[in-house]
Design a protein around this ligand. Structure first.
Ligand SMILES: Nc1ncnc2c1ncn2[C@@H]1O[C@H](COP(=O)(O)OP(=O)(O)OP(=O)(O)O)[C@@H](O)[C@H]1O
Ligand SMILES: [Mg+2]
Length: 459
Protein backbone atom coordinates (compact mmCIF):
# COMPACT_ATOMS: atom_id res chain seq x y z
CA UNK A 1 0.00 0.00 0.00
CA UNK A 2 1.13 3.48 -0.68
CA UNK A 3 2.88 5.39 2.02
CA UNK A 4 0.52 8.33 2.13
CA UNK A 5 0.56 10.03 5.43
CA UNK A 6 -1.82 8.52 7.90
CA UNK A 7 -2.88 11.32 10.14
CA UNK A 8 -5.24 10.94 13.04
CA UNK A 9 -8.42 13.02 12.94
CA UNK A 10 -6.97 15.35 15.54
CA UNK A 11 -3.83 15.87 13.50
CA UNK A 12 -5.84 16.55 10.36
CA UNK A 13 -7.87 19.26 12.09
CA UNK A 14 -4.73 20.78 13.50
CA UNK A 15 -3.18 20.96 10.05
CA UNK A 16 -6.34 22.42 8.53
CA UNK A 17 -6.37 25.04 11.28
CA UNK A 18 -3.16 26.42 9.84
CA UNK A 19 -5.01 27.51 6.72
CA UNK A 20 -8.71 27.70 7.45
CA UNK A 21 -10.33 29.83 10.10
CA UNK A 22 -13.40 28.47 11.86
CA UNK A 23 -15.66 25.92 10.14
CA UNK A 24 -14.83 23.47 12.89
CA UNK A 25 -17.72 21.16 12.07
CA UNK A 26 -16.61 20.73 8.48
CA UNK A 27 -13.00 20.16 9.47
CA UNK A 28 -14.02 17.53 11.95
CA UNK A 29 -16.19 15.71 9.41
CA UNK A 30 -13.55 15.54 6.73
CA UNK A 31 -10.99 14.39 9.28
CA UNK A 32 -13.25 11.58 10.42
CA UNK A 33 -14.13 10.61 6.86
CA UNK A 34 -10.50 10.38 5.97
CA UNK A 35 -9.66 8.23 8.94
CA UNK A 36 -12.71 6.06 8.41
CA UNK A 37 -11.54 5.23 4.95
CA UNK A 38 -8.21 4.19 6.40
CA UNK A 39 -10.00 2.14 9.07
CA UNK A 40 -12.33 0.57 6.53
CA UNK A 41 -9.42 -0.56 4.42
CA UNK A 42 -8.09 -2.45 7.42
CA UNK A 43 -11.26 -4.26 8.32
CA UNK A 44 -11.47 -7.89 7.22
CA UNK A 45 -12.88 -8.47 3.77
CA UNK A 46 -16.48 -9.51 4.38
CA UNK A 47 -17.28 -6.81 6.86
CA UNK A 48 -15.41 -4.19 4.85
CA UNK A 49 -17.86 -4.44 2.01
CA UNK A 50 -20.68 -3.74 4.42
CA UNK A 51 -19.19 -0.51 5.65
CA UNK A 52 -20.48 2.49 3.81
CA UNK A 53 -18.00 4.96 2.43
CA UNK A 54 -17.97 8.26 4.28
CA UNK A 55 -18.73 10.59 1.43
CA UNK A 56 -19.63 14.08 2.48
CA UNK A 57 -21.88 16.86 1.31
CA UNK A 58 -20.69 20.30 2.33
CA UNK A 59 -23.42 22.85 2.40
CA UNK A 60 -22.65 26.50 2.64
CA UNK A 61 -22.62 29.91 1.01
CA UNK A 62 -19.99 31.01 -1.40
CA UNK A 63 -16.46 31.84 -0.28
CA UNK A 64 -16.53 30.35 3.20
CA UNK A 65 -13.94 27.63 2.74
CA UNK A 66 -15.59 24.59 1.17
CA UNK A 67 -13.15 24.10 -1.64
CA UNK A 68 -10.27 25.28 0.47
CA UNK A 69 -10.88 22.60 3.09
CA UNK A 70 -10.97 19.84 0.50
CA UNK A 71 -7.91 21.15 -1.30
CA UNK A 72 -5.88 21.45 1.88
CA UNK A 73 -7.00 18.04 3.01
CA UNK A 74 -5.71 16.50 -0.18
CA UNK A 75 -2.47 18.37 0.00
CA UNK A 76 -1.63 17.49 3.53
CA UNK A 77 -2.26 13.81 2.99
CA UNK A 78 -0.53 13.89 -0.38
CA UNK A 79 -3.68 12.44 -1.86
CA UNK A 80 -4.52 12.68 -5.55
CA UNK A 81 -7.20 15.33 -5.84
CA UNK A 82 -9.51 16.65 -8.54
CA UNK A 83 -12.24 19.24 -8.45
CA UNK A 84 -15.05 18.96 -10.93
CA UNK A 85 -18.25 20.91 -11.38
CA UNK A 86 -21.21 18.57 -11.48
CA UNK A 87 -22.92 20.98 -13.86
CA UNK A 88 -20.22 20.28 -16.40
CA UNK A 89 -21.90 17.01 -17.19
CA UNK A 90 -25.21 18.65 -18.02
CA UNK A 91 -23.90 21.14 -20.52
CA UNK A 92 -25.81 21.28 -23.71
CA UNK A 93 -23.88 19.97 -26.64
CA UNK A 94 -21.32 18.63 -24.29
CA UNK A 95 -19.03 16.41 -26.30
CA UNK A 96 -16.56 13.80 -25.41
CA UNK A 97 -16.47 13.76 -21.64
CA UNK A 98 -18.36 11.35 -19.52
CA UNK A 99 -18.66 11.13 -15.78
CA UNK A 100 -15.90 8.56 -15.57
CA UNK A 101 -13.51 11.13 -16.95
CA UNK A 102 -13.13 12.57 -13.47
CA UNK A 103 -11.50 9.34 -12.37
CA UNK A 104 -9.21 9.51 -15.36
CA UNK A 105 -8.27 13.05 -14.41
CA UNK A 106 -7.59 11.83 -10.91
CA UNK A 107 -5.28 9.13 -12.24
CA UNK A 108 -3.54 11.65 -14.45
CA UNK A 109 -2.96 13.86 -11.42
CA UNK A 110 -1.69 10.89 -9.45
CA UNK A 111 0.71 9.83 -12.21
CA UNK A 112 2.20 13.30 -12.33
CA UNK A 113 2.51 13.39 -8.59
CA UNK A 114 4.28 10.02 -8.37
CA UNK A 115 6.46 10.90 -11.33
CA UNK A 116 7.53 14.14 -9.71
CA UNK A 117 8.42 12.31 -6.50
CA UNK A 118 10.42 9.70 -8.34
CA UNK A 119 12.18 12.33 -10.41
CA UNK A 120 13.20 13.92 -7.17
CA UNK A 121 14.48 10.60 -5.89
CA UNK A 122 16.77 9.96 -8.89
CA UNK A 123 18.24 13.45 -9.10
CA UNK A 124 21.65 12.32 -7.97
CA UNK A 125 22.24 9.42 -10.41
CA UNK A 126 20.56 11.42 -13.18
CA UNK A 127 23.01 14.24 -12.59
CA UNK A 128 25.96 11.84 -12.74
CA UNK A 129 24.74 10.32 -15.97
CA UNK A 130 24.10 13.74 -17.44
CA UNK A 131 27.63 14.81 -16.55
CA UNK A 132 29.05 11.72 -18.26
CA UNK A 133 27.06 12.54 -21.37
CA UNK A 134 28.39 16.07 -21.26
CA UNK A 135 31.86 14.58 -21.15
CA UNK A 136 31.03 12.52 -24.23
CA UNK A 137 30.25 15.79 -25.96
CA UNK A 138 33.26 17.65 -24.64
CA UNK A 139 35.77 14.93 -25.26
CA UNK A 140 34.83 12.91 -28.31
CA UNK A 141 35.61 9.25 -27.96
CA UNK A 142 38.44 9.04 -30.47
CA UNK A 143 40.33 11.67 -28.56
CA UNK A 144 40.03 9.77 -25.34
CA UNK A 145 41.73 6.78 -26.85
CA UNK A 146 44.51 8.48 -28.71
CA UNK A 147 47.78 9.08 -27.01
CA UNK A 148 47.55 12.67 -27.93
CA UNK A 149 44.28 14.05 -26.74
CA UNK A 150 43.12 17.43 -27.73
CA UNK A 151 42.46 19.49 -24.71
CA UNK A 152 40.73 22.77 -25.07
CA UNK A 153 42.28 25.35 -22.86
CA UNK A 154 40.34 28.13 -21.21
CA UNK A 155 40.48 30.27 -24.33
CA UNK A 156 39.05 27.44 -26.35
CA UNK A 157 42.32 26.84 -28.20
CA UNK A 158 43.45 23.33 -28.83
CA UNK A 159 46.31 22.12 -26.77
CA UNK A 160 48.05 18.86 -27.24
CA UNK A 161 48.96 16.85 -24.26
CA UNK A 162 50.68 13.56 -24.36
CA UNK A 163 49.05 11.09 -22.07
CA UNK A 164 51.46 9.54 -19.69
CA UNK A 165 50.76 6.24 -18.04
CA UNK A 166 49.36 6.65 -14.56
CA UNK A 167 48.35 10.19 -15.26
CA UNK A 168 44.79 11.28 -15.58
CA UNK A 169 43.45 10.91 -19.06
CA UNK A 170 41.72 13.71 -20.86
CA UNK A 171 38.26 12.65 -19.88
CA UNK A 172 39.17 12.63 -16.23
CA UNK A 173 40.71 16.05 -16.49
CA UNK A 174 37.59 17.37 -18.11
CA UNK A 175 35.48 15.70 -15.48
CA UNK A 176 37.38 17.55 -12.80
CA UNK A 177 36.83 20.84 -14.57
CA UNK A 178 33.19 20.07 -15.22
CA UNK A 179 32.46 19.14 -11.62
CA UNK A 180 34.27 22.15 -10.27
CA UNK A 181 31.92 24.31 -12.33
CA UNK A 182 34.59 25.82 -14.57
CA UNK A 183 32.86 24.88 -17.78
CA UNK A 184 29.32 26.04 -17.05
CA UNK A 185 29.31 28.73 -19.72
CA UNK A 186 30.95 26.65 -22.40
CA UNK A 187 28.62 25.66 -25.24
CA UNK A 188 27.91 22.18 -26.46
CA UNK A 189 25.67 20.81 -29.16
CA UNK A 190 22.82 18.70 -27.88
CA UNK A 191 20.14 16.74 -29.65
CA UNK A 192 16.80 18.11 -28.59
CA UNK A 193 13.37 17.02 -29.77
CA UNK A 194 12.29 19.07 -32.74
CA UNK A 195 8.91 20.72 -32.60
CA UNK A 196 6.56 18.01 -33.60
CA UNK A 197 4.90 20.23 -36.16
CA UNK A 198 1.16 20.71 -36.12
CA UNK A 199 -0.19 18.59 -33.29
CA UNK A 200 -2.46 15.90 -34.41
CA UNK A 201 -5.56 15.83 -32.36
CA UNK A 202 -8.05 13.08 -32.38
CA UNK A 203 -11.63 13.81 -31.65
CA UNK A 204 -13.50 10.95 -30.21
CA UNK A 205 -17.20 10.43 -29.92
CA UNK A 206 -18.91 10.90 -26.60
CA UNK A 207 -17.81 8.51 -23.92
CA UNK A 208 -14.82 7.39 -25.90
CA UNK A 209 -12.34 9.70 -24.31
CA UNK A 210 -10.03 6.93 -23.47
CA UNK A 211 -9.86 5.50 -26.92
CA UNK A 212 -9.00 8.89 -28.31
CA UNK A 213 -6.20 9.29 -25.82
CA UNK A 214 -4.81 5.85 -26.53
CA UNK A 215 -4.95 6.33 -30.23
CA UNK A 216 -3.14 9.58 -29.89
CA UNK A 217 -0.41 7.99 -27.82
CA UNK A 218 -0.06 5.18 -30.29
CA UNK A 219 0.30 7.48 -33.24
CA UNK A 220 2.71 9.59 -31.29
CA UNK A 221 4.93 6.58 -30.74
CA UNK A 222 4.67 5.40 -34.31
CA UNK A 223 5.86 8.63 -35.83
CA UNK A 224 9.63 8.87 -35.81
CA UNK A 225 10.91 11.16 -33.09
CA UNK A 226 12.58 14.08 -34.76
CA UNK A 227 15.52 15.72 -33.12
CA UNK A 228 17.58 18.71 -33.99
CA UNK A 229 20.92 19.95 -32.75
CA UNK A 230 20.98 22.97 -30.54
CA UNK A 231 23.83 24.83 -28.99
CA UNK A 232 23.36 25.13 -25.27
CA UNK A 233 25.47 26.26 -22.41
CA UNK A 234 26.70 23.39 -20.29
CA UNK A 235 24.51 24.55 -17.42
CA UNK A 236 21.39 24.43 -19.60
CA UNK A 237 22.39 21.27 -21.38
CA UNK A 238 22.82 19.54 -18.04
CA UNK A 239 19.27 20.42 -17.00
CA UNK A 240 17.98 19.02 -20.21
CA UNK A 241 20.06 15.84 -20.10
CA UNK A 242 19.14 15.28 -16.48
CA UNK A 243 15.49 15.17 -17.48
CA UNK A 244 16.26 12.60 -20.11
CA UNK A 245 18.41 10.52 -17.81
CA UNK A 246 15.86 10.68 -14.99
CA UNK A 247 13.18 9.41 -17.37
CA UNK A 248 15.40 6.46 -18.21
CA UNK A 249 15.94 5.67 -14.55
CA UNK A 250 12.27 5.70 -13.71
CA UNK A 251 10.28 2.61 -14.41
CA UNK A 252 7.04 3.90 -15.84
CA UNK A 253 5.28 0.62 -15.11
CA UNK A 254 5.87 1.06 -11.41
CA UNK A 255 4.89 4.72 -11.58
CA UNK A 256 1.57 3.76 -13.09
CA UNK A 257 0.98 1.01 -10.57
CA UNK A 258 1.77 3.29 -7.65
CA UNK A 259 -0.38 6.05 -9.12
CA UNK A 260 -3.38 3.77 -9.47
CA UNK A 261 -2.83 2.39 -6.01
CA UNK A 262 -2.89 5.90 -4.60
CA UNK A 263 -6.05 6.80 -6.43
CA UNK A 264 -7.79 3.68 -5.20
CA UNK A 265 -6.73 4.07 -1.59
CA UNK A 266 -6.41 7.77 -1.04
CA UNK A 267 -7.95 9.63 -3.98
CA UNK A 268 -10.30 12.52 -3.32
CA UNK A 269 -12.86 13.84 -5.79
CA UNK A 270 -14.38 17.21 -5.02
CA UNK A 271 -17.75 17.46 -6.74
CA UNK A 272 -18.66 21.10 -6.80
CA UNK A 273 -22.07 22.59 -7.53
CA UNK A 274 -23.85 19.39 -6.72
CA UNK A 275 -26.89 21.47 -5.77
CA UNK A 276 -27.23 22.56 -9.38
CA UNK A 277 -27.95 19.01 -10.50
CA UNK A 278 -30.35 18.45 -7.62
CA UNK A 279 -33.26 20.27 -9.18
CA UNK A 280 -36.67 19.48 -7.83
CA UNK A 281 -39.07 17.85 -10.20
CA UNK A 282 -41.76 20.50 -9.76
CA UNK A 283 -39.52 23.04 -11.45
CA UNK A 284 -40.29 21.42 -14.75
CA UNK A 285 -37.83 22.10 -17.51
CA UNK A 286 -34.69 20.23 -18.30
CA UNK A 287 -34.53 18.18 -15.14
CA UNK A 288 -34.09 14.98 -17.03
CA UNK A 289 -30.51 15.82 -17.77
CA UNK A 290 -29.81 16.74 -14.17
CA UNK A 291 -31.26 13.54 -12.87
CA UNK A 292 -29.38 11.83 -15.66
CA UNK A 293 -26.15 13.23 -14.28
CA UNK A 294 -27.00 11.96 -10.84
CA UNK A 295 -27.68 8.52 -12.26
CA UNK A 296 -24.39 8.62 -14.13
CA UNK A 297 -22.57 9.60 -10.96
CA UNK A 298 -24.08 6.79 -8.95
CA UNK A 299 -21.93 3.86 -10.08
CA UNK A 300 -18.73 5.88 -9.88
CA UNK A 301 -19.50 6.94 -6.33
CA UNK A 302 -20.75 3.49 -5.43
CA UNK A 303 -17.66 1.72 -6.67
CA UNK A 304 -16.99 0.60 -10.18
CA UNK A 305 -14.12 -0.20 -12.51
CA UNK A 306 -12.96 2.65 -14.64
CA UNK A 307 -10.53 1.87 -17.41
CA UNK A 308 -7.79 4.38 -17.91
CA UNK A 309 -4.75 4.33 -20.10
CA UNK A 310 -2.68 3.36 -17.07
CA UNK A 311 -4.87 0.45 -16.12
CA UNK A 312 -8.17 -0.27 -14.44
CA UNK A 313 -9.12 1.69 -11.35
CA UNK A 314 -11.59 0.61 -8.71
CA UNK A 315 -13.42 3.54 -7.22
CA UNK A 316 -14.78 1.86 -4.08
CA UNK A 317 -12.53 3.74 -1.70
CA UNK A 318 -12.22 7.03 -3.48
CA UNK A 319 -13.47 9.75 -1.16
CA UNK A 320 -16.13 11.99 -2.69
CA UNK A 321 -16.78 15.38 -1.21
CA UNK A 322 -19.74 17.09 -2.80
CA UNK A 323 -20.39 20.72 -2.25
CA UNK A 324 -23.00 23.33 -2.97
CA UNK A 325 -24.79 26.37 -1.66
CA UNK A 326 -28.19 24.64 -1.75
CA UNK A 327 -30.04 27.94 -1.86
CA UNK A 328 -32.77 26.70 -4.13
CA UNK A 329 -32.61 22.97 -3.80
CA UNK A 330 -31.89 20.81 -0.77
CA UNK A 331 -29.78 17.69 -0.39
CA UNK A 332 -33.06 15.81 -0.07
CA UNK A 333 -33.82 16.79 -3.66
CA UNK A 334 -31.08 14.50 -4.85
CA UNK A 335 -32.19 11.07 -5.97
CA UNK A 336 -32.40 8.80 -2.92
CA UNK A 337 -29.66 6.44 -4.08
CA UNK A 338 -27.21 9.29 -4.38
CA UNK A 339 -28.25 10.74 -1.05
CA UNK A 340 -27.50 7.37 0.45
CA UNK A 341 -23.99 7.50 -0.91
CA UNK A 342 -23.35 10.83 0.78
CA UNK A 343 -24.37 10.02 4.32
CA UNK A 344 -22.50 12.86 5.98
CA UNK A 345 -23.86 16.38 5.78
CA UNK A 346 -22.00 19.29 7.11
CA UNK A 347 -22.92 22.92 7.06
CA UNK A 348 -20.42 25.68 6.72
CA UNK A 349 -21.42 28.93 8.29
CA UNK A 350 -21.20 32.50 7.13
CA UNK A 351 -18.03 34.16 8.24
CA UNK A 352 -18.14 37.07 10.68
CA UNK A 353 -16.07 40.26 10.69
CA UNK A 354 -14.01 38.71 13.48
CA UNK A 355 -13.31 35.69 11.26
CA UNK A 356 -12.20 38.12 8.57
CA UNK A 357 -9.69 39.68 10.93
CA UNK A 358 -8.22 36.27 11.64
CA UNK A 359 -8.29 35.23 7.97
CA UNK A 360 -6.31 38.35 7.12
CA UNK A 361 -3.66 37.62 9.70
CA UNK A 362 -3.41 34.01 10.78
CA UNK A 363 -3.36 31.40 8.00
CA UNK A 364 0.07 30.41 6.74
CA UNK A 365 -0.90 31.89 3.41
CA UNK A 366 -2.73 34.89 4.91
CA UNK A 367 -3.19 37.79 2.54
CA UNK A 368 -1.29 40.19 4.74
CA UNK A 369 1.63 37.80 4.87
CA UNK A 370 1.51 37.53 1.08
CA UNK A 371 1.57 41.28 0.46
CA UNK A 372 4.23 41.83 3.10
CA UNK A 373 6.45 39.21 1.52
CA UNK A 374 5.91 40.64 -1.95
CA UNK A 375 6.85 44.18 -0.98
CA UNK A 376 9.83 42.90 0.92
CA UNK A 377 11.28 41.81 -2.41
CA UNK A 378 11.26 45.51 -3.30
CA UNK A 379 13.00 46.35 -0.06
CA UNK A 380 9.90 47.81 1.57
CA UNK A 381 8.68 46.87 5.01
CA UNK A 382 4.91 46.82 5.00
CA UNK A 383 3.25 47.06 8.39
CA UNK A 384 -0.43 46.88 9.31
CA UNK A 385 -1.72 48.40 12.52
CA UNK A 386 -4.12 46.09 14.33
CA UNK A 387 -6.78 48.77 14.15
CA UNK A 388 -6.31 48.95 10.41
CA UNK A 389 -6.84 45.22 10.00
CA UNK A 390 -10.06 45.40 11.98
CA UNK A 391 -11.21 48.24 9.78
CA UNK A 392 -10.43 46.30 6.60
CA UNK A 393 -12.36 43.30 7.91
CA UNK A 394 -15.34 45.42 8.81
CA UNK A 395 -15.43 47.17 5.48
CA UNK A 396 -15.21 43.83 3.67
CA UNK A 397 -18.04 42.54 5.78
CA UNK A 398 -20.18 45.61 5.12
CA UNK A 399 -19.60 45.41 1.40
CA UNK A 400 -20.69 41.78 1.50
CA UNK A 401 -23.87 42.82 3.27
CA UNK A 402 -24.71 45.70 0.98
CA UNK A 403 -23.67 44.37 -2.38
CA UNK A 404 -23.22 40.67 -2.77
CA UNK A 405 -21.98 38.19 -0.23
CA UNK A 406 -18.94 36.53 -1.71
CA UNK A 407 -17.48 35.48 1.61
CA UNK A 408 -13.76 35.70 2.27
CA UNK A 409 -13.13 36.36 -1.39
CA UNK A 410 -14.15 39.94 -0.58
CA UNK A 411 -10.94 40.35 1.37
CA UNK A 412 -8.95 39.92 -1.82
CA UNK A 413 -10.79 42.70 -3.62
CA UNK A 414 -10.77 45.07 -0.66
CA UNK A 415 -7.11 44.59 0.05
CA UNK A 416 -6.05 44.99 -3.54
CA UNK A 417 -8.02 48.25 -3.80
CA UNK A 418 -6.49 49.45 -0.57
CA UNK A 419 -2.95 48.69 -1.61
CA UNK A 420 -3.17 49.66 -5.25
CA UNK A 421 -1.36 53.00 -4.92
CA UNK A 422 1.31 51.57 -2.68
CA UNK A 423 1.94 48.66 -5.02
CA UNK A 424 2.27 51.17 -7.83
CA UNK A 425 4.53 53.64 -6.01
CA UNK A 426 6.99 51.09 -4.69
CA UNK A 427 9.89 51.28 -5.29
CA UNK A 428 9.95 54.53 -7.32
CA UNK A 429 8.20 56.87 -4.94
CA UNK A 430 8.05 54.96 -1.71
CA UNK A 431 10.83 53.16 0.03
CA UNK A 432 11.69 51.93 3.46
CA UNK A 433 8.79 51.53 5.82
CA UNK A 434 5.11 51.74 4.85
CA UNK A 435 2.56 51.71 7.62
CA UNK A 436 -1.12 50.99 7.06
CA UNK A 437 -3.15 52.86 9.64
CA UNK A 438 -6.86 52.83 10.33
CA UNK A 439 -6.99 56.34 9.00
CA UNK A 440 -5.41 55.35 5.73
CA UNK A 441 -7.85 52.45 5.35
CA UNK A 442 -10.80 54.73 5.96
CA UNK A 443 -9.73 57.50 3.63
CA UNK A 444 -8.74 55.12 0.83
CA UNK A 445 -11.73 52.82 0.99
CA UNK A 446 -14.49 55.17 2.13
CA UNK A 447 -13.91 57.19 -1.01
CA UNK A 448 -14.57 54.16 -3.12
CA UNK A 449 -17.51 53.10 -0.98
CA UNK A 450 -19.17 56.51 -1.12
CA UNK A 451 -19.39 56.38 -4.84
CA UNK A 452 -21.67 53.41 -4.96
CA UNK A 453 -21.27 52.68 -8.63
CA UNK A 454 -17.54 52.82 -8.32
CA UNK A 455 -17.70 50.61 -5.23
CA UNK A 456 -19.74 48.11 -7.11
CA UNK A 457 -17.19 48.16 -9.82
CA UNK A 458 -14.03 48.15 -7.75
CA UNK A 459 -14.98 46.12 -4.74
N1 LIG B 1 -12.68 29.88 6.63
C1 LIG B 1 -11.70 30.40 5.87
N2 LIG B 1 -10.46 30.57 6.38
C2 LIG B 1 -9.50 31.11 5.60
N3 LIG B 1 -9.65 31.48 4.34
C3 LIG B 1 -10.86 31.32 3.78
C4 LIG B 1 -11.93 30.77 4.52
N4 LIG B 1 -13.00 30.72 3.70
C5 LIG B 1 -12.62 31.21 2.53
N5 LIG B 1 -11.32 31.58 2.55
C6 LIG B 1 -10.59 32.23 1.45
O1 LIG B 1 -11.51 32.52 0.41
C7 LIG B 1 -11.19 31.84 -0.79
C8 LIG B 1 -12.44 31.21 -1.36
O2 LIG B 1 -12.86 30.13 -0.53
P1 LIG B 1 -13.36 28.74 -1.13
O3 LIG B 1 -12.78 28.53 -2.48
O4 LIG B 1 -13.12 27.69 -0.16
O5 LIG B 1 -14.88 29.05 -1.27
P2 LIG B 1 -16.08 28.03 -1.40
O6 LIG B 1 -16.69 27.87 -0.07
O7 LIG B 1 -15.62 26.80 -2.08
O8 LIG B 1 -17.06 28.87 -2.29
P3 LIG B 1 -17.87 28.49 -3.65
O9 LIG B 1 -19.18 27.93 -3.20
O10 LIG B 1 -18.04 29.79 -4.34
O11 LIG B 1 -17.04 27.52 -4.41
C9 LIG B 1 -10.15 30.82 -0.42
O12 LIG B 1 -9.21 30.68 -1.42
C10 LIG B 1 -9.53 31.38 0.86
O13 LIG B 1 -8.46 32.21 0.51
MG1 LIG C 1 -15.73 26.22 -4.07
Amino acid sequence: MSDYKELTPGQVVKELDKFIIGQDGAKKSVAIALRNRWRRLRVEDELRDEIMPNNIIMIGPTGVGKTEIARRLARLTRAPFVKVEATKFTEVGYVGRDVESMIRDLVEFSVNMVKAEQFEAVQEPARNNANERLLDLLVPLENQRSDQAILMNEEGLAEFSAEEPGKKNTRDKFRDMLLSGKLENREVEVDVPADSGPMMQIFSPMGMDEMGANLQDMLGNMLPKKTKKRKLKISEAREFLMQEEASKLIDSESVHREAIDRVENSGIVFLDEIDKVAARSDHGGPDVSREGVQRDLLPVVEGTNVSTKYGTVRTDHVLFIASGAFHVSKPSDLIPELQGRFPIRVELVNLTADDFVRILKEPENALIKQYTAMLKTDGVQLEFEDEAIIEIAEIAWRVNESMENIGARRLHTVLSSLLEDILFDVPDKRVGHVKITKDLVQTTLEEILKDEDLGRYVL
